[in-house]
Every structure is written in C-alpha cells, then in structure tokens.
Design a protein around this ligand. Structure first.
Ligand SMILES: NC(=O)C1=CN([C@@H]2O[C@H](COP(=O)(O)OP(=O)(O)OC[C@H]3O[C@@H](n4cnc5c(N)ncnc54)[C@H](O)[C@@H]3O)[C@@H](O)[C@H]2O)[C@H](O)CC1
Ligand SMILES: [K+]
Length: 495
C-alpha cells in the first residue's frame, strides 16, 4: 500500500528547510543538491552540446538555477543565464551560487528564448508573494511564447505554492523538479496543468513531519483510509452492514436515486431502500430488484420512515427539486441524526440561506458534495467562504462553518473535515464528467457511512473509488456503468 503523502505549505517548507539547516546541513548544501537535481532532469531532456537557457529570479529559486547552470556547463552543455534582476541584488545562498557561475549572464530582454533547446525556469518558487510584473512577467511571456521545452524549478513561476492559482501569469512547464515534497499547488488546478510531469527530489529535508498542531493537507491515497474500509467478517449479516435510504425525485426524475442506490449496494451497504413519492412508485418499482422501495410523501413521510432506526445512512438531493419542501426534508433528516449525504438540490435549495446550515451538522456524520457552481450558489453572500483563492481554504472554511465534511468536486476534488484535515484527489478522469456521475458518488459515500466508516474517511475513500472505477472504464463511460465497476476496485483495495 502506498505511503501517506503530506503536501506542505510554503511556510511548512520554510520551517522544514530551517530545521534541516539547524540540524547541520548548510543552506548552500541544500541549494547545491537542488541544483544537481535540476541538472540531472535537464540531462534527461536534452543531450550535451544542447543550448540551455536558465532564467533566474531574485531569490533562492534563482540560486537553484545558478547551481544547475554551473553543473550543466561543466557537463558540456551550452548554457546562457538570463537574470531577471540586478546581480548585486542577490543575497545569501543565491549570491553565493551566482559567484560560482562564471558563464554569460544576460538581461532577460536580450535572452535567446526562441533558440534554446531547453529553458530552465528558476524565476520564482515558494517565495512568490504577489502577481508578477516587470521583467519577471516579460520573461514568462517570452518563455511561453518560445514554444521550447521548459523545466520548472520547484514550481512553474507564477503558480502559488499553496493554492495552485496563477499569480497574474505563469510558466507552462513540461516538467517540474520540486524538493522534499509536492506542494498543494502541484495538485490543485490550474497549478497541476502548468507543472507538467512533477518529480520530487530528496535533498535531505524531511517535509513529511508537520508540527502536530499544524493544518495538514495530504494527497488522497488509500494509505490514508484503507484501514477504515468496511471488511465484512464471517458472522456479518445484512443489518450489520447498514441500511441506506435514498430519496427519489418525482415520476420523471427517478434515475438519480436509483444510480445512488445501486452504488450504495455495490459498495457494501447491507440493505438499500429508495424512498419514492407516490407518483413515482411505479416507475421505481419497474427498475428495482435488490434495492427496496418505500412510499414517502414529503417531510412527514420521511419522518415516519425514520422512526425505524435501522435506516442509518441517508442520501438527499439528487433530483429532489429546488424548493422549500426539499429544505424541510433536509431538516427532518438532520434531526433524525443519521449519517447524511447532501448533494445537488439539497444544497441549492439553501441558496442564500446557508446560515441555516451554520454549525448544523455537528450531531451526526454529514457529507456535503457540491461542485464549484453549487458551492458558489449555496454560500452566496458569504465572502469569507467564497473569496479565498485557494480551493483548499474554501473547502476547509465551509467544513468548519457547517460542521460537515465538504467534498468540493472537480478534477482536483478537495475533501475537507471540520477539524481542518484536508486531502486533494488526483485520480479523477475527464470521462466522469457525464450525467449521473455525482449521483453515483453520493451512493458510494453514503454506503460506506452505512457500514460505519467515519464521514471524512468515507468521503476520501468514496471519491477515490469513484474515480478509480471511472478510470478503469475510460472512453464511453456512462453513469450506469459505474456501480458495476466498483467490485474490481474494492477487491484491489481489500486484498
Ligand atoms: N525550502 C527548500 O526545500 C529549499 C528551497 N530552495 C529554493 O528556494 C526557493 C524559495 O526561495 P525564496 O528566496 O524564498 O523565494 P523565491 O526564490 O521563490 O522568490 C524570490 C523572491 O522574489 C520576491 N518576489 C516574490 N514575489 C514576487 C513577484 N511577484 N515579483 C517580484 N519579486 C517577487 C520575494 O522577495 C522572494 O523572496 C524554493 O522555491 C526553492 O527553489 C532551496 O534552494 C533549496 C531548498
Ligand atoms: K520556478
């Protein structure tokens, strides 16, 4: 099973950097190792004799570039170094690295971008603090316009290490060499797209041990939650494996509930029932076999069903309709204190009413699964939740605000818990962008919670399993395929 991967913030990297230095490794040694790592990846991209243009910035990212330039020149590459600042402005280790460079230094304006066989982007890394302007911006425009292969040092310049956002303009790199650990900005969009193929170089810094008090972000990996996956044992009976209740929409909107219900059954919920409005009973009955069916007329009907405590996980939202009745159903479900998954209409019915969700979900395991559009509609009027540029930060704040686990979906789905834990998912596939895919995800997560998996772990596992199932099918995937692709993914995880 792969190991857990922490994605340190820029601040956590600075602390890890300082800890390595305090433990006896001089900063310049770290920089030299970083430069060596850059040089060795550059050698895998172009052969000796090739023209390499290293574009260096004013800080230690630039310092790494100077070290790489020296090493490559020693190895018979034709290296030119373009400096986006005045040489006498370099400080500390970067200035020391520049002293070791005896080759040509040109101002950015005169650098031969178009004729380079490889461009090394050493302008900015984790120290990027504001939108780019001036010579730095010019350099990035020239790099991107050159059409030449680009190797980025630590991060593509212009990408924010913590949020993955573009600070004005960013280098579009083919490959990135980063140090000690990947950062959130390498996994979050658009940073992931600008980074190209990311490789992690071990330069003697331990970045996997954040201070226990620190907010930690991880890459979503089975190592984080496979231990919490439900594993039926010989004595298991179906009631032990939970009973998931999925609310259906009206007669012409019943597919979503059945997609969620089948997925809940496939992921291992012992029983699954669709609660259907009377006018849709016939339609649902015609399509259901192992999934059971109950009539349910509005909030009162749901309240009556929930008198049976065996229904221990609920899915509300898909195709329920955006109106007050859906809000009333959510209120009944919340008061029943069962594991609860809210998606789609159960979220957008609270557009402008998010304050009704404030601290509303602390009493029972709850997972909200909005995509960006639903998130922005739900939290309209809450700039503190909508404004942070970082998807991680938005998800974390919304989780803390509601008391629910927040799954903010996309190709870079973020899962955040009210206590600050968060993961970034990266095994998504564009083929999951198909009608009903989200409904299936609801069923997977709820089905795991029905089997008593904690909400955060169930959400992380559900997102990963959903994506792995989709990726295993590829082109032509439709949502009806997804539930039946779960068993293969599960058996890989459970063996
Ligand atoms: N921590 C490690 O593991 C190691 C990191 N190394 C490299 O060091 C950089 C971080 O270096 P730092 O000097 O902190 O910042 P940058 O080089 O990224 O930025 C340079 C400097 O530029 C100023 N600045 C910030 N934003 C802007 C802007 N928009 N326009 C102009 N100037 C800007 C600010 O003063 C920055 O300090 C890390 O990425 C690694 O590549 C070590 O070499 C090896 C170990
Ligand atoms: K860079």
């Amino acid at each position: 099973m792969t190991r857990v991967e922490l994605l340190p913030t820029a601040q956590q990297m600075r602390e890890a950097d300082a800890a390595a230095i305090a433990a006896g490794t001089p900063g310049f040694v770290l920089m030299t190792r970083a430069g060596e790592a850059v040089a060795s990846v550059a050698e895998s991209m172009v052969t000796p004799g090739a023209q390499v243009l290293v574009v260096a910035g004013p800080g230690n990212n630039g310092g790494d570039g100077f070290v790489a330039a020296r090493i490559l020149q020693d190895r018979e590459y034709r290296v030119i170094l373009a400096l986006a600042t005045a040489r006498d402005r370099l400080r500390g280790d970067a200035a020391k690295a520049a002293e070791g460079w005896v080759g040509e230094v040109t101002p950015v304006q005169a650098a031969p971008f178009e004729s380079a066989d490889l461009i090394v982007d050493a302008l900015f890394g984790t120290g990027l603090g504001r939108d780019l302007a001036g010579d730095a911006r010019l350099a990035i425009e020239r790099i991107n316009a050159s059409g030449r292969p680009v190797l980025a040092v630590d991060l593509p310049s212009g990408i924010d290490s913590d949020s993955g956002e573009v600070r004005g303009l960013a280098v579009l790199a083919d490959r990135t060499v980063t140090f000690a650990a990947r950062k959130p900005g390498h996994l979050l969009l658009p940073g992931r797209r600008f980074s190209g193929l990311v490789e992690v170089a071990d330069i003697g810094i331990d970045a996997q041990a954040p201070g226990a008090d620190r907010i930690a972000t991880f890459a979503n990996r089975p190592a984080l939650w496979s231990g919490a996956l439900p594993r039926p044992h010989l004595g298991s009976h179906k009631y032990e494996r939970g009973h998931t209740l999925v609310l259906s929409g009206g007669a012409t909107r019943t597919g979503a509930a059945r997609l969620a219900a089948r997925a809940a059954l496939r992921i291992g919920s012992g029983l699954v029932t669709v609660a259907s409005p009377p006018e849709a009973i016939g339609v649902n009955a015609a399509h259901l076999t192992a999934v059971m069916l109950r009539g349910c007329e509005g909030p009162e009907g749901l309240h009556a069903i929930l008198q049976d405590q065996r229904f221990n996980a609920l899915v509300l939202g898909p195709a329920l309709g955006v109106h007050a009745a859906t809000r009333a159903m959510v209120a009944v479900a919340t008061l029943a204190r069962r594991s609860l998954l809210l998606d789609a209409d159960a979220l957008t019915s609270f557009e402008g009413l998010a304050s009704e969700m404030h601290q509303a979900f602390h009493h029972a395991p709850t997972v909200l699964t909005p995509h960006d559009g639903e998130f922005n509609r739900l939290f309209k009027g809450h700039p503190d939740l909508l404004d942070p540029p970082s998807k991680l930060e938005r998800a974390r704040r919304a989780a803390a605000y509601t008391g629910a686990v927040l799954v903010l979906k996309g190709m870079d789905t973020v899962i955040a818990a009210p206590d600050g834990r968060a993961v970034i998912n990266e095994n998504g596939t564009p083929y999951l962008a198909t009608a009903g895919s989200g409904d299936t995800l609801c069923g997977i997560i709820a089905g795991l919670m029905a089997q008593h998996m904690p909400a955060f772990e169930a959400a992380c596992a559900g997102v990963w399993i959903h994506a792995a199932a989709g990726a295993s099918f590829g082109p032509g995937l439709i949502s009806e395929d997804l539930a039946d692709l779960i068993p293969n993914v599960l058996s890989d995880l459970l063996n």
